[in-house]
Design a protein around this ligand. Structure first.
Ligand SMILES: Cc1cc2nc3c(=O)[nH]c(=O)nc-3n(C[C@H](O)[C@H](O)[C@H](O)COP(=O)(O)OP(=O)(O)OC[C@H]3O[C@@H](n4cnc5c(N)ncnc54)[C@H](O)[C@@H]3O)c2cc1C
Length: 340
């Protein structure tokens, strides 16, 4: 892959966009870890985001006679890579990704598209680069409620849809989605999916795996309501979560194990944090500047200069002790991007 050539072509084609070579990614993550992207593109408007995606999907520009398709090392776009192509990775708010110290090869698009509009029938259309807190505040300011339970999640809308985040009352975000507009990098098409057309847990992830779908925008169904109470609830959740969910982290590192795994061992379902704390006694343990948070054992924080390998070594410590003691391992909640 000829990165230099790709870079030259991109800056010629998009002179007004922020496009850099060998650009550090740590500042674009909540945990402040990660090496550079070969090429980094920062889009701040949906139109630019779509233009770049279209350009990359169409491109025969980088490799002669070969269409460019995305791959992305471990990213949402990881399955369709073809040899010789330039991988594409989408970064939202970087609150759920551990980026390797060597960084990410190919093109990383940091999506900060920021449009929000009210539609008829209490619907809100929001660009995928909008920050979730911004959407919640915007909705409340327009007398629309329901999203306040997603307080204190430092996510972009695209990342939230990709991960189908769950809120304080255990609702999934997809319950509020009317439709999502996605760009299909494989077919170079913008498609609107009504979420009723999707069996969410199965179809969306399998569609993503097969076709490299990038979320461009979403339309949500909200309802008018008592915004005073909703705003209070929003603040209450922040107050409840902030003392034990440190921001310089990636949220919960491990998924909670299934009930079928827990029952034979503890007789009831247990969370990963409880297991790390009470069964493995690893709360507060550290490798370099990566530490299992003394506040929440399923969070790993960066105390200053943690590297991705410190972070991963701590994950491996948990996994090996869990395996030794109980003969199973946690599934990762976070995504690893780049070469590990
Ligand atoms: C303090 C703290 C609290 C948290 N609390 C919660 C919580 O309560 N509930 C919860 O579910 N999570 C929580 N998280 C985890 C995290 O915020 C969510 O997983 C979030 O949705 C990730 O969004 P992001 O924009 O940061 O995505 P990123 O970390 O940037 O990316 C995550 C994945 O989404 C993909 N992606 C991003 N944008 C797009 C797009 N437009 N199209 C396609 N793919 C895309 C990326 O390629 C990557 O694979 C918390 C994290 C922290 C640090």
């Amino acid at each position: 892959m000829d990165i230099q050539k790709a870079y030259s072509q991109l800056i010629t084609q998009f002179p007004n966009l922020e496009i850099y070579q060998n650009h550090p990614l740590a500042p674009y993550t909540t945990v402040k870890i990660g090496g550079p992207a070969d090429i980094f593109i920062h889009t701040k408007k949906s139109e630019d985001f779509k233009q770049i995606l279209k350009h990359l999907a169409e491109a025969t520009i980088f490799e002669e006679h070969k269409p460019l398709r995305p791959s992305g090392e471990g990213a949402s776009t990881s399955k369709n890579s073809l040899r010789g192509e330039i991988p594409i990775t989408i970064l939202g708010n970087g609150s759920n990704v551990l980026i390797s110290d060597a960084g990410i090869r190919g093109i990383v698009i940091k999506n900060s598209s920021n449009e929000i509009e009210i539609l008829a029938n209490n619907q809100v259309k929001v660009a995928s680069g909008v920050q979730l807190p911004q959407l919640i505040n915007f909705s409340l300011d327009h007398n629309l409620v329901d999203l306040e339970e997603f307080a204190y999640i430092p996510s972009s809308i695209g990342g939230a849809i990709f991960g189908n985040i769950h809120g304080f009352d255990r609702h999934d975000l997809n319950q509020f989605l009317d439709s999502i507009e996605v760009f299909d990098l494989t077919t170079n098409q913008l498609i609107n999916y009504l979420t009723t057309q999707l069996n969410w847990s199965y179809d969306y992830s399998s569609l993503q795996d097969q076709r490299n779908l990038v979320v461009v925008s979403a339309t949500l169904n909200l309802k008018p309501g008592d915004t005073k109470t909703a705003k209070q609830k929003y603040q209450d959740i922040i107050q409840k979560k902030s003392p034990n969910q440190p921001m310089k982290s990636l949220g919960c590192v491990f998924k909670n194990p299934a009930e079928s795994v827990c029952l034979p061992i503890w007789g009831e379902k247990k969370g990963a944090g409880w297991i790390i704390d009470n069964e493995l006694n690893l709360k507060g343990s550290f490798v370099g500047d990566a530490q299992i948070s003394p506040l929440h054992a399923n969070f790993i924080v960066n105390n200053g200069h943690s590297t991705a390998s410190d972070y991963l070594n701590l994950i491996n410590l948990v996994q090996s002790q869990l395996h030794t003691k109980h003969n199973f391992q946690f599934e990762l909640e976070i995504k690893l991007l780049g070469q590990f």
